[in-house]
Design a protein around this ligand. Structure first.
Ligand SMILES: [Zn+2]
Length: 270
């Protein structure tokens, strides 16, 4: 599933080729995403210049002169640049053709993604109640400490709550807790300020590292397949249940927390 680093990598990959370009046409082959793609998307977007491509949480905001295309990659979506006229495959649902002769192609086999239109994206119901971005100063350990007081839920689902901080998905929550030495099952309300300060730093570090690697993998973005295998080699805990800890050699344990698989080292994480 695309997480924040993949979405940010996509944004960085497409922005230089899309910003400043005028949209010549929008072709929608299948409107049935998580919510239907608006019938009038072509009418709304065609002829407009794309001003900026921004990201909020895992939403890409493609800002045109009037209005914004809000896109989410869902479980299996990707957005990449291809040459205009390239025949579409089975799951390639949308093409946004640009005057440059490239087009932005949206592919999504499982169709859990979204393509919506808004005149006021930051007040859109999907974005309105989101917590701060993890890589900004609005997010820090003090926020985690304050919001967690009195809460008995486990710390891992707590840091994955979009109202607390956005974009900390399963991979990065697992890795940040490992790096901070915190047992993911521990009650959020019982963790000290000092440990939350460390955890926030590790959340920022793992996300920044993943973005860095994603960017490297996708440097040839045009014509790329948009499915990079970034970051896999650097994982300490995620997906490694039953394997020896890379730090101490203890067998990593697999537990379910908030319906999500969670791997941790019973010796390194307390
Ligand atoms: Zn260990």
């Amino acid at each position: 599933m695309p997480e924040l680093p993949e979405v940010e990598t996509t944004r960085r990959g497409i922005a230089p080729h899309v910003e400043g370009q005028r949209v010549s046409r929008v072709v929608v082959r299948d409107r049935r995403l998580r919510w239907p793609i608006p019938e009038d998307l072509d009418v709304r977007l065609s002829g407009q210049r794309i001003v900026t491509v921004e990201r909020r949480a895992k939403y890409l905001l493609i800002n045109a002169e009037v209005g914004t295309l809000i896109s989410h990659l869902g479980m299996s979506g990707n957005l990449r640049l291809v040459e205009a006229g390239l025949p579409a495959g089975k799951h390639e649902h949308v093409d946004i053709e640009l005057e440059s002769g490239l087009m932005l192609r949206y592919t999504d086999p499982r169709r859990f993604g979204a393509m919506l239109w808004s005149q006021d994206p930051l007040n859109h119901q999907l974005l309105l109640r989101l917590g701060p971005e993890p890589l900004t100063d609005l997010f820090d350990g003090e926020r985690l400490f304050q919001l967690s007081r009195g809460r008995s839920m486990a710390v891992k689902p707590f840091i994955m709550d979009n109202a607390v901080v956005v974009g900390v998905g399963n991979i990065y929550a697992t890795e940040a807790l490992f790096a901070a030495g915190i047992d993911p099952r521990r009650a959020a309300g019982g963790i000290s300020r000092a440990r939350y300060l460390k955890l926030a730093i590790e959340i920022k570090r793992v996300l920044a590292a993943a973005i860095e690697l994603g960017g490297t993998t996708l440097r040839d973005f045009i014509g790329g397949d948009g499915q990079p295998g970034y970051f896999q080699q650097t994982l300490f805990a995620y997906g490694r249940g039953g394997l020896p800890c890379k730090v101490c050699g203890t067998e990593l344990r697999d537990v379910k927390l908030g319906q999500r698989a969670s791997v941790f080292c019973p010796r390194c994480q307390r």
